[in-house]
Structures are given as structure tokens and as C-alpha cells.
Design a binder for this molecule. Structure first.
Ligand SMILES: Cc1cc2nc3c(=O)[nH]c(=O)nc-3n(C[C@H](O)[C@H](O)[C@H](O)COP(=O)(O)O)c2cc1C
Length: 316
């Protein structure tokens, strides 16, 4: 069946979407859009090297930033632009109490004027594209009007792209992890935004865990972002990719390139298991999968990992 969705992205995920993850996924799924993990603005202060944001292809990677100081956004935007980075995303969706204490993440949804100033500061100091990732609101009964107002104010900065995690954030006592499953999903709020603001681009995020879910989405949804499916369910990710882009994937060639990447990283002092851990979900389920995973991850160099990687390649 023909898909009306034209864009598939993998969500920013702390602990997952590091530079090695992004290399692997961009190699195996050439058209995916990718995001860094959230990087605090302060990370860029007093440093000359920024491995958290490195990428082999900046046209497909968006750097997600966390912070609330327009001035810092301006100078970090300038710096990232000089590095060749093209796209920045402002995190207005993280429900972690620690992040909330720092007055960024989802609590910024209460301060749309400040988010607007942050975006303005980046746009004034660089040619970067700026997007905002938010939730549908705060509290178990999110108010569409507040969401609408947030988008409206932020959009006056010139931001055109919004990623909306279609769950509210509950800030009194549930963990960030529970905040990804307990608050109720409501895709209709995102559909309403799409209908009301055809001049803006909205990417739907939250709970998209299979091709069936993707097929069931409203035809007004043109862009989607998946989080957990990307590391929990590679077969569904693969089918979803093929459905959206209408093209087959050559995993075997991709794995050869990843092996070269591991060799080169190891020669520069990177522990290859930091890369290989992102390949574990790619092993198809067979009686020997568990053993394969626990064995390859214990190897300390590419030479010992190679037979396992060849096995992965042959099964792909
Ligand atoms: C392990 C993990 C780490 C995450 N880290 C971030 C992050 O750094 N920045 C962010 O905006 N969202 C983060 N998220 C939220 C995801 O980007 C996404 O909004 C959420 O998982 C809902 O999508 P899903 O239902 O497809 O997983 C994280 C999610 C997970 C599972």
C-alpha cells in the first residue's frame, strides 16, 4: 500500500542515540532522520572537542539541546553552525525532575516566550534550522488551548518544525520512564494542530511501535518519529522503513561498512563494545540469539568480534 507519510525519524534517546548508534542506523537505513541525545548547553562551554554531536553526515542529524538561556543558545548555535551542523532541536519535552529543576525540558512549555527568545537567538546567530520537541501538555488532562498558544508564540520566532510527543507529562512523582507509558496518548491533538496550522510542520511521536500502528494513523500525519521501536523491534522498524520509503534495504553491505567503522574506531582507541552494543537488537531471534549477544559483547576487540559479525551479516 502507498504511504502518505514521507518522513521517518528516530527520536533523541539518552543512552542510545550516541554517535555510534547514529553511524549504524544511518548506514543501515539511509533515509532515516536522526537526533543526538539531549546535550546540555553547558557541555559546549570551555571545551574544544564535542564528540557528543559528531556525525558522518550532518544533513541527516539534528542536535538536540537542553537549556533555557537565549544568550547561550546564540553562541552554541554559532559554534555548531561553524562545525557544519545544520539542524538544532530545542528540548521542551523532558519530564525529568532534575531537568525541571534546571528550568528546561517540558517545564519550558509554561514559558513559550522564553522558548521563542531561545529560538530567536539561534536564528540570529546562524543559518541553522531550528525545531522544537514538546509534549501535548503538562498534567493528566492537557489543555489544547495551552498547546495551541505555545506553538503560536514559539512559531513567531520563525520556527516551522515541531515534534509533538502525543502524551502529556505528569510532573508530580512519576519517573521519566513511567512518563513514556502512563500518560494517555492523544493523537487527535496533533491532528488538530496539523489542521489549524497548515503553514507549520508537525511530526508525530509517541507509541508508534509497529507498522500496523503506522498504517492506522490519520492521513493528515506526514512525518513520524519513533523511539523505543528503534532498539526494541528491528523487524518492525525495517518494515516501517520499507513501507514509508518504498525501497529495499541491503543490510549485508551495511554491516561490512560497520565492521570497517569499528576497525577504524578501535585503531583510534575506542572500545569496540561501545559500538557493538547497538548491533545487539539486529540479531534475529533464534535459539542461539541470547548466547550470541552475551558472547559478542564480552569481546574486547574487532578480531574476536568478527566471526559474530559475519554471522549477523549472513543472517541478514
Ligand atoms: C531511553 C530513552 C531516552 C530518551 N531520551 C530523550 C532525550 O534525550 N531527549 C528527548 O527529547 N526525548 C528523549 N526520550 C523520549 C523519546 O524521544 C520519545 O519522545 C519517547 O520515547 C516516545 O516515543 P516512543 O513511544 O516511540 O518511544 C527518551 C526516551 C527513551 C526511551
Amino acid at each position: 500500500m502507498y504511504s502518505k507519510i514521507s518522513s521517518l525519524a528516530i527520536a533523541p534517546m539518552m543512552g542510545y542515540t550516541d554517535r555510534h548508534f547514529r553511524y549504524i542506523y544511518s548506514t543501515l537505513f539511509p533515509k532515516l532522520s536522526l537526533y543526538t541525545e539531549m546535550v546540555n548547553l553547558n557541555y559546549f562551554l570551555n571545551k574544544t572537542e564535542f564528540p557528543k554531536v559528531y556525525s558522518n553526515n550532518y544533513s541527516r542529524v539534528t542536535v538536540q539541546l537542553g537549556g533555557n538561556e537565549p544568550k547561550k543558545y546564540g553562541s552554541v548555535g554559532h559554534l555548531l553552525s561553524d562545525m557544519g551542523i545544520q539542524k538544532i532541536n530545542i528540548n521542551c519535552g523532558c519530564p525529568s525532575p532534575r531537568v525541571g529543576k534546571g528550568r528546561f525540558g517540558v517545564v519550558l512549555m509554561r514559558e513559550p516566550e522564553l522558548v521563542k527568545e531561545c529560538a530567536n537567538a539561534i536564528l540570529e546567530h546562524s543559518n541553522l534550522e531550528v525545531s522544537v520537541k514538546c509534549r501535548i501538555g503538562i498534567g493528566s488532562k492537557p489543555d489544547f488551548k495551552k498547546l495551541q498558544e505555545f506553538i503560536e508564540i514559539v512559531a513567531t520566532s520563525g520556527v516551522r518544525d515541531f515534534i509533538v510527543h502525543a502524551r502529556p507529562a505528569i510532573l508530580n512523582g512519576i519517573s521519566p520512564k513511567a512518563n513514556r507509558s502512563i500518560p494517555r496518548l492523544d493523537y487527535t491533538m496533533v491532528e488538530r494542530l496539523i489542521n489549524e496550522r497548515p503553514d507549520l510542520n508537525f511530526m508525530l511521536n509517541g507509541g508508534i511501535d509497529s507498522l500496523d500502528t503506522i498504517r492506522s494513523l490519520s492521513p493528515s500525519i506526514k512525518a513520524i518519529m519513533v523511539g523505543r521501536m528503534a532498539y526494541k523491534n528491528i523487524p518492525e522498524l525495517t518494515e516501517s522503513y520499507k513501507f514509508i520509503y518504498g525501497e529495499d534495504l541491503n543490510m549485508s553491505d551495511g554491516i561490512d561498512r560497520i565492521i570497517e567503522y569499528i576497525e577504524s574506531a578501535q585503531s583510534r582507541g575506542t572500545n569496540p563494545s561501545h559500538i557493538v552494543r547497538h548491533l545487539l537488537p539486529f540479531k534475529k531471534n533464534t535459539p542461539n540469539t541470547r548466547r550470541w549477544r552475551s558472547s559478542i559483547i564480552q569481546k574486547s576487540n574487532i578480531e574476536e568480534m568478527r566471526p559474530y559479525l559475519n554471522e549477523l551479516k549472513e543472517a541478514s
